[in-house]
Ligand binder design. Sequence first.
Ligand code: NAP
Ligand code: MG
Length: 476
Amino acid sequence: MFEYAPAPESRSVVDLKPSYGLFIGGDFVEPGDGGSFKSINPASEEALAEVAEAGPGDVDRAVRAARRAYDEVWGPMPGRDRAKYLFRIARIIQERARELAVLESLDNGKPIRESRDVDIPLVAAHFFYYAGWADKLGHAGLGPNPRPLGVAGQVIPWNFPLLMLAWKIAPALATGNTVVLKPAETTPLTALLFAEICQQADLPPGVVNIVTGAGATGQALVEHDGVAKVAFTGSTDVGRQIARSVAGTRKRLTLELGGKAANIVFDDAPVDQAVEGIVNGIFFNQGHVCCAGSRLLVQESVYDEVLAALKRRMAQLRVGDPLDKNTDVGAINSAAQLERIRTLTEIGSAEGAQRWSPPCELPARGFWFAPTIFTGVSQTHRIARDEIFGPVLSVLTFRTPAEAVEKANNTPYGLSAGIWTDKGSRILWMADRLRAGVVWANTFNKFDPTSPFGGFKESGYGREGGRHGLEAYLDV
Ligand code: NAP
Ligand code: MG
């Protein structure tokens, strides 16, 4: 085991204000009928800033501002001109990448290595990608003259705050819609910095509006009559409520919900590479990943070998300060999420699965959970069925490819899956049978703006990313 000297990233690039208003009609404004709340750093429990909470009147103001911008400026603007704004935003994101990465790690708890090397580069890539589509919509294979829908009401979760914003805002603007977006209550700060970037890019007022708040703000937004399209990423429970409230209206809806992905390792897979993929699949972003490989299915003949290698690798994971460049696993995003992870893992032990974590010293303050695996898991165990959304892996075994398929598909979700094998024909055979929106082969958690992403079954409907992602925002 190596000794590492601390390698902290500097916080000084971030200029945090003591308080933030709502971003409506191009300006930061005080809430009319809401209150305020604090966003905290989950690694230290320190309050980072006071953030406005939008009430229904504020949401109404934001939707009206978005409608005005849609009717008067953004809807009529030629695609080639919309593209210029999106390219400009993408470039500013690159220029301010370090600031965005540090703020994301402060507010969310994720390691700086990930926010710097994964989140923010992908955010810029999304804006570049959809900027390129803005003047080519008639050639996207969606019909000759696709039209925007109007105001998009968008609600996102806390696990990839700025990346989920990019997945929502970039395609909506490229297709000529305007947006009102509600970030998650625990991670509003990078969305507010993005609002400043919209100002810096001279984006016409009202094209992007950010209303911060809790679930009630999100509910007011998705239920607002002026919203033509609802885009939601979050839990299956809230997704169900939203589907109910949108039913019978003319609103369009896409839902990106939870997952319980199988990561399947065959006996011919290169073990060391598979172990890297297993670790990336479940410990990346503290396991706060909707497409996390949270169920490991190992072929029985290599079970001992894979488990031994996995435990050796887990003992190397460095848990701690998200701003330290050596950190692999950061803080759990909130006290509530930590509680949920604890409850589900206690149920795992109570139901008879064997729990293991490497020796690992956790900081005294903040929200932390050691990387954990459960072996001896059966398909009926809660930890094999429920989305834990934390750094917890359930390990199951199989003997034949057919059994692997059956176990992988034995879940109400269907967002992603992973296959590790040396045989190309087996990859194709498996991918044909897995009921999951994304299937990775000999890799995991790879994202690209050109590639559509979305679920089967209770993981939601609609696709984000790629050419498919345009359709959700167009009348074709
Ligand atoms: P959540 O509770 O469903 O929250 C998601 C967002 O919805 C938050 O902004 C939340 O506000 C808001 N919200 C809560 N109640 C609402 C309501 N009644 N109407 C409208 N909006 C409401 O989910 P979460 O626990 O924050 O996020 C974790 C979940 O997201 C996991 O299940 C994960 O799998 C899923 N996820 C899916 C994807 C995907 O692409 N499929 C990506 C990331 C995450 P508050 O923040 O104030 O609660
Ligand atoms: Mg926070």
